[in-house]
Design a protein around this ligand. Structure first.
Ligand SMILES: NC(=O)c1ccc[n+]([C@@H]2O[C@H](COP(=O)([O-])OP(=O)(O)OC[C@H]3O[C@@H](n4cnc5c(N)ncnc54)[C@H](O)[C@@H]3O)[C@@H](O)[C@H]2O)c1
Length: 325
């Protein structure tokens, strides 16, 4: 029998990316918990058992690990329940809607001593791994700055229940949703931790109670700077996924690599750099399976809580009142 996954929250990212990723990683989708009957029917169509609540799934004792992909405000309850049941858990980003929830989750996992990872799938994109290797080899000299644009268009009616526009359930807007990836990637690429952060938010285009854009700047412990432009107000047909690492000896540029899927382009001083094919979600699920079964891998609860602290510090920036059109 393959590695048995349970999924709490079988919505967009779980169905479109995690479930195929589990299959590609040689794992098995054993069970799903979701209050939505349509989500449960989708899980059953894949051969999984389906439960209306996380408690019911946990009581069935049919999983080796859980993947949590509920709206952000429900991550805490799911992770605490998993820890209490002694189950490893891979939890979607952001770790939680509030810092208090993230700290409580970390405490529950520490107490249980169970494996934990935040689902930073972009660490597992082969282009990003290639960039990290080149930086480690000194191919761009001393890294000076990471410059990220990660943006999309998310209107108020993006889906029937647009929890991303609800401050209580999301914990914030574009910053809370999109900045976790860049904050984690900057640290991953430079093998360094964040030492300071500042942010400004905007409420420019979208008519909802969360920010529709933000710019963040972070300084890493070694002295490099990282800038992140994240947005829900960015037309989708314009270039909107760009990752640069500038060093004293060169520039790495990745286009359309940030996201959930394989592909994109990588350049070193303008010259194309080939990189391996590979789906970031499938590679992430395989890596977490390995982490659970062998203890080997770069998942770290303490690193992820530290990132959550910087994320929530940035998210404390005030939301300006939207200017009249
Ligand atoms: N890593 C990535 O690239 C990535 C991409 C998209 C979303 N995410 C994260 O994944 C999470 C889910 O996002 P989504 O876009 O799939 O949302 P979604 O709204 O499409 O899916 C959420 C699912 O959770 C279910 N749910 C609600 N309450 C529940 C409960 N009490 N127990 C179990 N299930 C419950 C809903 O019915 C729904 O099916 C969020 O935290 C989001 O930030 C990460």
């Amino acid at each position: 029998m393959g590695f048995r996954w349970g999924i709490i929250g079988f919505g967009w990212v779980a169905r479109d990316h995690a479930a195929p990723g589990i299959e590609a990683a040689g794992g098995m989708l054993a069970a799903v918990a979701d209050p939505d009957p349509a989500a449960r029917a989708a899980a059953e169509a894949l051969g999984a058992r389906a439960f209306p609540s996380p408690d019911a799934l946990l009581a069935a004792r049919c999983c080796d690990a859980l993947y949590v992909a509920t709206p952000n405000h429900l991550h805490r309850a799911a992770v605490e329940a998993a820890a209490a049941a002694g189950l490893p858990v891979l939890c979607e980003k952001p770790m939680a809607a509030t810092l208090a929830d993230a700290e409580a989750m970390a405490q529950a996992v520490r107490r249980a001593g169970t494996p934990y990872g935040t689902a930073f799938d972009q660490r597992h994109h082969p282009a990003h791994e290639a960039m990290r290797a080149m930086i480690r080899e000194g191919r761009i000299g001393t890294p000076v700055a990471v410059r990220i644009v990660y943006a999309c268009w998310l209107g108020p009616g993006w889906c029937a229940d647009n929890w991303r526009a609800d401050p209580a359930r999301a914990g914030g807007g574009a910053l809370m949703d999109l900045a976790p990836h860049g904050l984690d990637l900057a640290q991953f690429l430079l093998d360094d931790g964040i030492a300071d952060i500042a942010a400004l938010k905007q409420s420019r285009v979208q008519d909802y109670a969360v920010d529709d854009g933000a710019m963040l700047v972070a300084r890493l412990a070694g002295g490099a700077l990282a800038s992140l432009h994240v947005a829900y107000n960015h037309p989708e047909h314009l270039p909107r996924r760009r990752l640069e690492v500038l060093g004293t000896g060169g520039l790495l540029l990745a286009e359309d690599t940030m996201g959930q899927v394989a592909g994109g382009r990588l350049f070193h001083d303008g010259a194309p750099v080939p990189f391996a094919d590979g789906d970031p979600f499938a590679r992430q699920m395989a890596a977490f399976q390995r982490f659970v079964t062998t203890g080997q891998g770069e998942f770290s609860l303490e690193r992820d809580v530290a990132t959550a602290r910087w994320l929530h510090a940035a998210n404390a920036a005030p939301l300006p009142v939207r200017a009249a059109a």
